[in-house]
Design a protein around this ligand. Sequence first.
Ligand code: BG6
Length: 477
Amino acid sequence: IPVDLFDLVVFGGTGDLARRKILPALFKRFCSGQMADGARLIGASRRDWSDADYREFVRKSLSEFAGELALDRSLVETFCRCVHYVSVDANGPRGWDELSGLMVADRVRAFYFSVDPGLFSGLSMRLQDHELMNEQSRVVVEKPFGHDLETAQALNAELAQHFDESQIYRIDHYLGKETVQNLMAVRFGNMLFEPLWNAQYIDHIQITVAETVGVDGRGEYYESAGAMRDMVQNHLMQLLCLIAMEPPTFFDPDAVRDEKLKVIRALSNVEPHHIVRGQYTAADGATSYREDVDNPRSRTESFIALKCHLNNWRWAGTPFYLRTGKRMSERDSEITVVFKETPHAIFGQEAGRHNNELTIQLQPDEGITLGVTIKDPGPGGMRLVDVPLDMSFAEALGPSADSPDAYERLIMDVIRGDQTLFMRNDEVEAAWAWTDPIIRGWQARGDAPKPYDSYSAGPDDATMMIRRDGREWRGVI
Ligand code: BG6
């Protein structure tokens, strides 16, 4: 079903995010018939390019990042006819009259700020001065959304001077991932789980987002961010919110975001001995983090593992273990909900005590597995064994399981005007308010990250941290 007619203006239209994500995502939605005839993509950046130059850039981006669909040249050419380009200066007058002249009334206008946050202010002012915003206009902003609470508040205040909160779409691309949305479907679309979804039945919850890539040419940004700001403050926090929140009354933007906000506000402070920071070293022919960022004394973490609690009725006493890192042994993002053991072993001690585990696999393959206990087959008496009740989405759903990229979903939601999967100002600020003291703590103590081999499971201290509690990491070990 096509969405309303729109113009999507991408500031930073010649940048890396546009090339890798935004352009291919829009092209795929175009191929699936969601872009109505006449809808346009307008690239904007400082480069002195023509429409023809930009179309060539788009063709290259699609052939690299849009997969097989981009082999259909006639589709690519038809898409390119929707593509335009304006050369604008975010901090000067150049190009703005031209951009105004291009705009058409009566359609959705989305302005995507795929640029350094330092340019948000200039862009916002000029959008307003040139009366480019109408009731059907939206702005989309990308992370990093601030560096700490203070800078996030300043950014929010800056945007609020020009736009209403209902017009601001803060992207966390994890929320656009199909299985992340599935978390809500599993929890609130089944009777099976929700009655058990609390401290009484759940022993603990783990969230792992492990990557094999290093910092890949983003050294400068990453040095000032580290895993805590780059991944935990946003992506892992969002996963935690969806796994721990109360059922919203409706699947409606503010109802969902109100519940997420309550989770973030319920997070306890993290004790220093419940945090392990790591930094990858050279191994298996791979360079070290310090070489990658060209700073032999860097103390930035490329790995973090921490244990936290939620101070609320549902989760009192249930630990949440979060872990993320670069250059780990495999790419694996998963959430494991570990239920408590059965209260009484009726089959005797030798049959063992067992517990159920629900694993929600986000990457690389999407699926949900429920570990259940059954009788070990055979005449050997009542011995118990754990087996997975496995649901691979690819097997269960066939081709319809092919998940669209997160950006496809999110960009279409912007056009539809649905903010459910976007972060609200107070959510972002609450997440920083929790993150800041943790970072300040290790800065004040002068903690250095623990070295770990590239392509390993991270520092041993992370394994020890969870073992001290009598538990083990699931997934990458
Ligand atoms: C980005 C981080 O937000 O998410 C990157 O800045 C990280 O450092 C990326 O690699 C991970 O996203 P995904 O979708 O590949 O898991």
